[in-house]
Design a protein around this ligand. Structure first.
Ligand code: ADP
Ligand code: MG
Length: 246
């Protein structure tokens, strides 16, 4: 793909849950290396937006492309595309009966067909990068929430994704563990990863985001650089939202 092909491109995307129009004419492009923070009230469609990007949720109409490739509906092509899109959830979703290192090597071995030794070597390097290499032989329940979430980030990175989606990655953490996870995400952003991050951490949005996308009732209402969005929101809905959280 050319340098100008957006890493994520959503065009005229609509989705309903029954009567509920949860995504309304979503048009969103994220360039390679950009970090976009998605803000918005609870129920505005932020999680659904993330989930449509790797087809955890089907859409009714419109197109979604990752690195210029339309999303295949199923089969091997879908598995490959999912591998290109790493996702980190609020709940860490680690495999409880696998060690931390096994959690990180499983995907590369099964989906990317990497040999066990190579997968362990890269897995260890990733655990090193997120600061928990010393925890590699433990099981998820033996780690703190912050360590588990860092393991979940390492596991997603092990697939060598082109894009990382984060859906409220720090919302389930005790306050003292939030920063260690945000630090890992900030480093990732600086290293050039393309990221879409749903978060309520306004400090992260201000420091790490190239753009803030504000959603309300399934619509993208504002799309602006953080300094513009925070100092000069244009819509009443964004002003109201910021008034409640800041
Ligand atoms: P947010 O992440 O911004 O809080 P969500 O994307 O989770 O919002 O949800 C948007 C709306 O869609 C909410 O009203 C929610 O109740 C509804 N919703 C989410 N998932 C489903 C589902 N699987 N079935 C029906 N309604 C859903
Ligand atoms: Mg959500």
């Amino acid at each position: 793909m050319t340098a100008r092909t957006p890493m994520i491109r959503m065009a005229s995307v609509d989705k309903h849950f029954g009567e509920l129009h949860v995504l309304r004419d979503i048009n969103l492009e994220v360039a390679a290396g950009q970090v976009v923070v998605v803000l918005g009230p609870s129920g505005s469609g932020k999680s659904t937006l993330c989930r449509t990007i790797n087809r955890l949720e089907p859409i009714d109409s419109g197109t979604i492309e990752v690195d210029g490739q339309a999303l295949p509906a199923e089969g091997k092509a879908l598995a490959a595309l999912r591998a290109d899109v790493g996702m980190v959830f609020q709940s860490f979703n680690l495999f409880a009966h696998k060690t931390i290192l096994e959690n990180v090597t499983l995907g590369p071995i099964k989906v990317r067909r990497i040999g066990k030794d190579d997968a362990e070597k890269s897995g260890l390097a990733l655990l090193e990068r997120v600061g928990i290499a010393d925890q590699k032989d433990k099981y998820p329940a033996q780690l703190s929430g912050g360590q588990q979430q860092r393991a979940a980030i390492a596991r997603a990175l092990a697939m060598k994704p082109k894009v990382m989606l984060f859906d409220e990655p720090t919302s389930a953490l005790d306050p003292e563990m939030v920063q260690e996870v945000l630090d890992v995400m900030t480093t990732l952003a600086k290293d050039g990863m393309t990221m879409l991050v749903v978060t309520h951490e306004m400090g992260f949005a201000r420091r790490a985001a190239n753009r803030v996308v504000f959603m309300s009732d399934g619509e993208i209402v504002e799309d602006a650089p953080p300094e513009t969005f925070f100092s000069n929101p244009t819509s009443d809905r964004a002003k109201d939202f910021l008034g409640k959280i800041l």
